[in-house]
Design a binder for this molecule. Structure first.
Ligand code: TXA
Ligand code: MG
Length: 303
């Protein structure tokens, strides 16, 4: 933990566990450190990063909270919700981390290791998912090291991520908008602040919503009844076929379990170099919205 905090303070990168996925972290106020994140990920520098903070008090130093933003933070933080808000302190989260926007994405993660690092470091920490750009997010330290480990000066093992999908991203800049479905569901957010508008198709407002994203090497085939010849299969629910290339996201048909397994199973299936990865249909309600968003991107369709 001390080594990680010292590395951040020295402008180095750290692999940081969160409850959603592993992040590749740097001091958000240090443009050179943030540049090293973009370089390690091969990420386009017009796609801004999330500033991670220990709590709401720390977030209010960098972003302007209105009543709706505060209500969401009080209900869901620490946890898997990111708020896009007007920037209050442009120096604390450098231009490069915000991709030059006058807004900032902030989140207080629920993982105890992430929280301890953020509390000890004090300032905001920029941390995208630790995958190389366009690849599935890592949900274990081993997967994170395989993706971007070479760029990091310190690693923290927080075990397998309990949530397994990236945080929900909600913008509160004009009308409330769902930019990325995630572990906190649309229904849960609407219960606090009322109806959410859709993300605009215009990529400038939600630069992370590129069509092909979260992709394994093998092609992905959705809504499959079972594997075709040479295919791997990600099943969902009981009564699924069995076999060496079959992974069941949740035998009990539980979307939370499926979300936690999704990226690790996509990676496991991909390692077998199958003709394709066929995936069973997942109900589109609750967490299913976020799972299906990631699956459509893995298959190369716009969400
Ligand atoms: O669960 C998560 O959110 C993980 C963990 C590590 O916290 N992080 C993560 O970061 O998924 P990343 O960089 O892979 O995704 C951040 C998303 C992107 O879609 C980005 O475009 C969007 O948030 N974003 C960041 N700042 C934004 C801003 N100012 N306006 C609109 N979208 C923004
Ligand atoms: Mg990502």
């Amino acid at each position: 933990m001390n080594a990680a905090v010292e590395a951040l303070a020295a402008g180095r990168l750290v692999i940081l566990p969160t409850e959603t996925v592993y992040g590749l972290a740097a001091d958000a106020g240090d443009p050179r450190a943030v540049a090293a994140i973009y370089e390690a990920k091969g990420r386009p520098s017009f796609n801004p990063l999330i500033a991670h903070v220990a709590d709401l008090a720390a977030a209010e130093k960098i972003a302007r909270f209105d009543a709706r933003a505060r209500a969401l933070a009080e209900r869901f933080w620490p946890g898997p919700l990111t708020l896009v808000l007007p920037i209050a302190d442009p120096a604390a989260v450098c231009d490069l981390a915000r991709a030059g926007l006058d807004t900032v994405a902030v989140r207080a993660p629920g993982h105890p290791v992430a929280h301890a690092v953020l509390a000890a470091f004090g300032g905001p920490v920029a941390a995208p998912s630790a995958n190389r750009s366009g690849r599935p997010s890592p949900t274990t330290l081993a997967d994170a090291r395989e993706e971007t480990g070479e760029a990091a000066a310190a690693f923290l093992d927080g075990g397998p991520c309990a949530v397994g999908l990236e945080s929900t991203v909600v913008a509160l800049v004009d009308q409330p908008r769902l930019l990325r479905p995630g572990a906190v569901t649309r229904e849960e957010i609407e219960a606090v602040i009322g109806p959410l508008a859709e993300a605009e198709a215009d990529a400038k407002r939600s630069p992370g919503r590129l069509a092909r994203h979260y992709s394994p090497n093998a092609p992905v085939r959705l809504n499959a009844d079972g594997p075709g010849p040479g295919e791997a299969f990600l099943a969902f629910g009981s009564g699924a076929p069995e076999g060496p290339l079959v992974w069941n996201l949740s035998p009990a048909g539980d979307p939370a379990e499926a979300a936690a397994n999704l990226f690790a199973f996509l990676r496991a299936a991909d390692r077998a170099s199958p003709a394709a990865i066929a995936v069973a249909p997942i109900p589109d309600t609750g967490l299913g919205e976020a799972i299906n968003d990631r699956l459509r991107r893995a298959a190369g369709f716009v969400g």
